[in-house]
Each structure stands twice: as C-alpha cells, then as structure tokens.
Design a protein around this ligand. Structure first.
Ligand code: ZN
Length: 551
C-alpha cells in the first residue's frame, strides 16, 4: 500500500515536472497543429516539420539563457503568437484539408473584416471548435506553469548552445533565401512572405493604365451598328445546380423562359477553383498556356475600350480585389455598390446592382460593353438573397454525395440553390431591360469557378486543395436578340454549332472579342469559340487533366 502510494506520488511529481518544463510547452505549441495537419491534409511541405523541430530546439534552448523576467515574458509572448498562428493552421487544416499557401492566404487577405466574420461562421463546426478549444486550454495552462531554470546539467548547456545556433541559422536562412515560410512554420511564414511580395492595389491600377496607353495592339468594331453587350461574371456557380443544365430543381426559371434566345454551352470549365487566378486568365490575354504575366496582358475591357465601346464596370464585390479592381479602373464608368453600403456585407444583394445596370443599358452611347460582377453564391449562401425569396426547403430534387444528407448539409444545399435562383431572378430583370434595346444586344453569363456543395464529397466551398469537378464546371450562357442574330449571322451560326465544345475559361478573352465582333491582332481564332478554326486544348487544372482525371 505504502509502496503504491509513493509510486503514485513519484509519478505525479514527474508528470508535474514534465508539464512545468518549457520543453513541453514548446513541443505542444508547435507539434499539435502539425498533428492536426497530418490528420486532415493530403500534402504537407517538408519544411513544416523541419521548421517546427527547429523552433522547438530554439525556444527550448534559449529558455535556459533567459534568466531575466523581461526576457522570459518575451519568450512567452513569442510562444503565444505561435499559438495564434497554430490556431489558424488547425482551423484551415480541419476545414479545407490543406496547409496555408500564398494562394490560400491571398484569398483570406483580400476579405474585409465583416467578411472574415462571415467566413468564420460559414466554417465553424463542432470539430474545429473543439480542437481549437483543446489547443488553447492546454497551451494556456502549460504556458502559465512554465518554470524557467538555468542550465545546470551538461545536456542542458548543449541545448542552450543549440538554441543560439538555431537563431543564427534562421536569420541566415531568411536573409539569404528570402523564403520565410521555410523558417517560420504554418500561417505566420506564409503571411510574412505574402505581405512581402504584396504589391499595393494602387500600383497595380497604375500599371494597368500605363499598359493600356503604351502597349501596341489593334482593336476595331466589325460593324458600326449600335451594340449593347452585357458581360455577367457570376461567383461560385456550379452549373450542375442550374435547372437549365438538367438539375431537377427549378433554380433557373428565367433562363428556361428565355431559352429560345439562349445558347447554352455545356462543356465549359474554369481553369482554377479560386476567383483571383481564374479571373486573371478569363479577363485578359494571359492564359494557362502562354503563362503571360497578368500585368503585361491587355484585358477584354481594354480591348473593347480601344475598339471604341463605352465601358462600364458595375460590381457587388469588394473594390480591393485582384484583378478586378485594376481592370475596372480602365472603365469609363466604375461603380462598386459596396461604397453605397459603406462596405457592409450583410443584405447587400446583387439585385441592388439593377438600377446601375439599367441606367447603363439606357445610356445614349451607341456602342456599350457593361461588365457586371456579381456576389452570386459566394461563401455564406444565405446572405446572398433576401430571405423572403427563399424557395427550397426539403430534400426533394437534391443530388448530394450521399442519399440522406444531414440537416446541416441540407441547409447549405437549399440556401445554395436559393442563391442560384436569385442570380436567375437578377438575370431575368436584365433580359427585360435588354429587350427594350434597339439595335444589337447580347449578354454573356459565366462564373469565375464552380462550387462543391456536398455534391461529390463531404465538403462545401472551393479551392486548390482537393479540387472536384463541381468546383470547375461553370455555366456558359449567351443571350442575344434578333438584331444580333441577323447582323452577326455568321458568328451566330458558328456558335450554334459549338454548344458541346470543350472550353476552358482562360480562352474567354478570345471568345469575348469574337462574340462582340471586335477585330484585333490579339484575337486568336483557334482559341475563340465563335470561329470554325476553334481547337480545344487539353484542360489542365492544378496539374491535373480535367477530362481524364476529374470529369
Ligand atoms: Zn470566386
């Protein structure tokens, strides 16, 4: 009995000793997020493990030397910052099954404060909240209990020296190679690299204006007939949720009603599952094959402007977005409705764009191109449409990855379908306005990328990690009036033959020029769907062949 009690006492003392050791704190703070990453992610950079081991050694070693309380507080502060950074790593890994990269960081850095909150709400789950709570509670208690001690044993002195060496090594690594993410693990390293490489939007805007002025290229209208074109850029629209593409729910009654005036292309994908890289190549002459820098690439808007069209950019997205803000800056009329709403996200529905669109359509200019950037089905679907316009409640017509989706999954699917239907309502209003136009009028509706809404796996969202076909398969719809069909009869005839052609959105620049009948030395006929010379190319998405591996 006595022996057992003393054993238990010894055990408790040694456990308590371990927990008071700064080694334990450092180990937990750095290793726990990594464990979560290993459990949830497909791919982890080898530098993640190396950097974390390095930091455990660094913190563990120098802690022996930090005798002064100010230095000790500094050390605790550094560990605390790594807890914050580790929390983001955990959240990202659990939610997206990936590790922070500059691409994922970019997507987050360009969201404003109210959107970040929405982002958190959209992805909060019992799983990630519990993991975070566990991380915070254990980290808090172990940081609180650390007892600092001087290096007494030889082993401890060696560690102290190693810690100092690690500091020197990491300074040298960052200084020489400029790759902070190899040295600082997870979110922090990527964030520092990102902000270092981050050009201010203002610089980008000036560069685009300069490019338009200085780059030699031609662009002319093929006809002087009055023409009005509307180019609708949807957001996160998976065409498999559109009734007009065969979805069993009535998500696109307006498109169906106008079907006689539509060309519905059913084999178009986005080359990325993220807004920024996708719009870069959709809206400029840069594409996934020529890999031109977007900063050297003329935009479709620039081409139309040069051809003598009056141009509009009307947007419900944040003004500080790439590449849209720079492209928009060239437009004759630029209107971001978030300015009217003081940047507030909530209740800012795409329908609020309609007065500006209608005003543009009614403008006296004979030749007009109106770009409209929707919020569409972005992120928190139920915030994209007025609640009273919600239609889908039950499970009827749902095509999910499993026959009986949970009520949480069903909520997301229903609100996604409601957001698609709301986009359709907005399109219907624009068709009405365009029908009043005398002369040629046409509208193109695409989306920057699709969205996985529990269609093929247990996930909602889009992004480079674990991309699915639903994140790529986008609507590609062309509405045109009688005048278009007679004035540009040859173009229209070819387009009617191309409804099932494979196309990727990085060729949209060429399609845009040809469907608006703009002749330009930048236009490639083999890339433009409205020429018989159009030749589909292999569709590579994040290194995968869509037609062979993802379809
Ligand atoms: Zn997007």
């Amino acid at each position: 009995m006595i022996e057992l009690a003393s054993f238990q006492f010894d055990f408790e003392v040694s456990v308590s000793k371990v927990l008071q050791s700064h080694w334990w704190s450092a180990l937990f703070v750095f290793a726990f997020p990594l464990l979560v990453m290993y459990a949830y992610s497909d791919f982890i950079r080898s530098s993640e493990l190396n950097a974390r081991l390095g930091w455990i050694l660094l913190i563990g070693g120098v802690a022996y030397l930090f005798r002064h309380t100010v230095l000790q507080k500094l050390l605790l502060g550094v560990l605390f910052l790594f807890v914050l950074s580790g929390s983001l790593d955990i959240l990202y890994a659990v939610t997206f099954g990936g590790v922070f990269t500059s691409a994922s960081f970019e997507a987050m850095a360009l969201t404003d404060a109210s959107e970040s909150w929405e982002f958190l709400l959209a992805y909060a789950s019992i799983e990630n909240v519990l993991l975070l709570l566990f991380y915070w509670v254990v980290a808090f208690y172990s940081l609180k209990r650390i007892l600092f001690k001087a290096p007494e044993r030889k082993r401890e002195k060696v560690f102290a020296a190693l810690g100092v060496l690690m500091i020197l090594a990491s300074i040298q690594q960052i200084h020489q190679r400029g790759r902070t993410f190899d040295v600082l693990p997870g979110f922090t390293g990527v964030a520092i690299d990102y902000s270092g490489a981050h050009e201010s939007i203002e610089v980008e805007i000036n560069a685009r204006k300069e490019l338009y002025k200085t780059k030699a290229f031609t662009a002319q209208k093929a006809s002087e007939a009055p023409q009005t074109y509307v180019i609708i850029l949807g957001e996160s629209v998976n065409r498999n949720h559109l009734q007009i593409y065969g979805y069993p729910r009535a998500t696109t009654p307006e498109l169906i009603q106008h079907q006689a005036e539509l060309l519905v292309f059913d084999n178009v994908i986005s080359p990325f599952a993220q807004t920024h890289p996708s719009l870069n190549v959709a809206l400029t002459e840069a594409d996934t094959v020529n890999k031109m820098s977007v900063h050297a690439a003329i935009s479709l808007l620039g081409g139309a402007k040069k051809a003598g069209f009056k141009t509009w950019w009307i947007s419900n997205q944040q003004p500080l977005r790439r590449p849209s803000s720079a492209i928009a800056s060239l437009a004759d009329v630029e209107h971001f409705i978030s300015h009217d709403f003081h940047g507030v996200e909530v209740n800012r529905y795409d329908g609020y764009l309609l007065p500006s669109i209608q005003k543009a359509i009614a403008d006296d200019a004979p030749h007009k191109v109106i770009f409209v950037h929707l919020m569409g089905s972005h992120l928190q679907y139920r915030n994209r449409y007025p609640p009273e316009q919600s239609v889908f409640k039950g499970v009827e017509g749902v095509q999910a990855y499993r026959p009986n989706p949970s009520s949480r999954e069903l909520d997301f699917i229903n609100s996604y379908d409601d957001s698609v239907r709301y986009t359709d309502t907005v399109l219907g209003e624009i068709f009405e306005s365009l029908q009043q136009v005398e002369g040629v009028a046409a509208l193109s509706f695409i989306a920057d990328h699709g969205e996985e809404v529990f269609d093929s796996k247990d996930f909602k969202g889009h992004g480079p990690d674990g991309v699915t076909r639903h994140m790529l398969e986008i609507p590609f719809v062309l509405w045109r009036n009688e005048a278009y069909q007679t004035t540009f009869n040859a173009t229209d005839k070819v387009l009617q033959q191309q409804l099932h052609q494979p196309m990727m959105l990085d060729d949209y620049f060429h399609f845009g020029l040809c469907f608006m009948n703009i002749e330009s030395d930048l236009l490639r006929r083999d890339r433009a769907l409205c020429f018989e010379d159009y030749t589909p190319k292999p569709r590579m998405v994040y290194g995968k062949d869509y037609d062979k591996e993802l379809k």
